[in-house]
Design a protein around this ligand. Structure first.
Ligand code: SAM
Ligand code: SF4
Length: 336
């Protein structure tokens, strides 16, 4: 399909009146880490021929922008392990100020030291970095072999080139719950925001997530024994609710898919690297765009499929801890 074929079409509004302005785009399901709550140790990754090319991903970005998407977050798997990834970042970066308001990235930061300045030069201003522990052995345990030093160097490099960094920390009972206060202090000292996330039941991961599920209402009560949390009106366009931490003069985000559903304000769709697009992280409802993207004259077909996706976008996810995962696919398919 040709770039020239894309044409302005109406906005993306679902059957509950929610307008979609935010797309999360997983550019690969592969990753150089194996976080225990995210992936199984021996993952079966998709064959490369099933993955959209960088040009196809950029074209899909253009189509989504034409349909009213204003923010694209590149994610994965680990987006920075995809070969040629900076080319895609540059292609999408050219749309900034020209339909696109923000191009962001979620990364485990293992390769951020190498790519930070190229990201910034391409127009990325903010990166979310996953960091569940600042203790080297614990970090290696959670990620099944990750090198904390590499990640910290990545964060430093990002800050040095002027990228805004936000840390995402999945709160895990008995694994890192004793480190949350320390992480809050460290982030405050570095002047970076911290968001805590509840573990979600997505895909089989060998371990039982129930063992490590930690509800954030419990965490919040514990934090409030040490700090004052003042609800903030700040919105980042994502699902986090923010609090100002008075004593630290910092900000804390809470993403609570289980204890406090946030679906009413959903403005997102999720693109998998195969060209499947999902209406919701917690459901299998999707459309397949790859064939339409690859066929000549496919622009109309892509628009029709997007309309079908929006018509069937579920009202809310229905995550529950315990029992089978809500969906069989892992978070690495649709990205965080
Ligand atoms: N590899 C990149 C990273 O780790 O930031 C991007 C992809 S990762 C799937 C995106 C985010 O999803 C990370 O912050 C990760 O901690 C989170 N995540 C993965 N599996 C999760 C799960 N089952 N429940 C909650 N968060 C999860
Ligand atoms: Fe890889 Fe990110 Fe999943 Fe960890 S959370 S295994 S870094 S995709």
């Amino acid at each position: 399909m040709d770039k020239a074929e894309t044409r302005p079409a109406s906005g993306l509004v679902d059957s509950f009146g929610r307008r979609i302005t935010y797309a999360r785009m997983s550019v690969t399901d592969r990753c150089d880490l194996r976080c225990r709550y995210c992936m199984a140790e021996r993952m079966q990754f998709l064959p490369r021929r099933e993955i959209l090319t960088l040009e196809e991903l950029a074209l899909l970005g253009d189509i989504l922008i034409a349909r009213g998407v204003r923010k694209i977050r590149l994610t994965g798997g680990e987006p920075l392990v995809r070969k040629g990834m900076m080319e895609l970042v540059r292609m999408l970066g050219r749309r900034l100020g020209n339909g696109l308001d923000e191009l962001a990235l979620t990364t485990n930061a293992t390769r951020l030291e190498r790519f930070a300045s190229e990201l910034r030069d391409a127009g990325v201003e903010r990166v979310n970095v996953s960091l569940d522990s600042r203790r080297p052995e614990r970090f290696a345990h959670i990620t099944r072999g990750g090198d904390l030093g590499q990640v910290l160097r990545g964060i430093d490099a990002a800050l040095k080139v002027g990228l805004q960094v936000k840390i995402n920390m999945v709160a895990l009972a008995t694994i890192n719950e004793d480190e949350i206060e320390d992480m809050m202090r460290w982030c405050a000292a570095m002047a970076i925001d911290l968001t805590l996330i509840e573990t979600m039941p997505l895909g089989e991961v060998e371990e039982d997530r129930t063992d490590h599920y930690l509800p954030l209402d419990v965490v919040r009560r514990r934090i409030e024994e040490c700090f004052t949390l003042v609800p903030s009106s700040r919105r980042s366009g994502g699902p986090a609710r923010y609090f100002d931490v008075t004593e630290l003069r910092s900000r804390l985000g809470l993403i609570t898919p289980l204890t406090n559903n946030f679906c009413d304000g959903c403005n997102r769709i999720r693109v998998a690297a195969t060209g499947s697009v999902y209406g919701c992280l917690g459901h299998d409802q999707k459309v397949e765009l790859r064939d339409a993207l690859r066929s000549s004259g496919g622009a109309g077909a892509v628009d029709e499929l997007l309309d079908r996706l929006l018509a069937g976008k579920p009202r809310r996810h229905d995550f529950r801890i315990g029992g089978a995962p809500a969906v069989a696919r892992h978070m690495s398919v649709t990205g965080g």
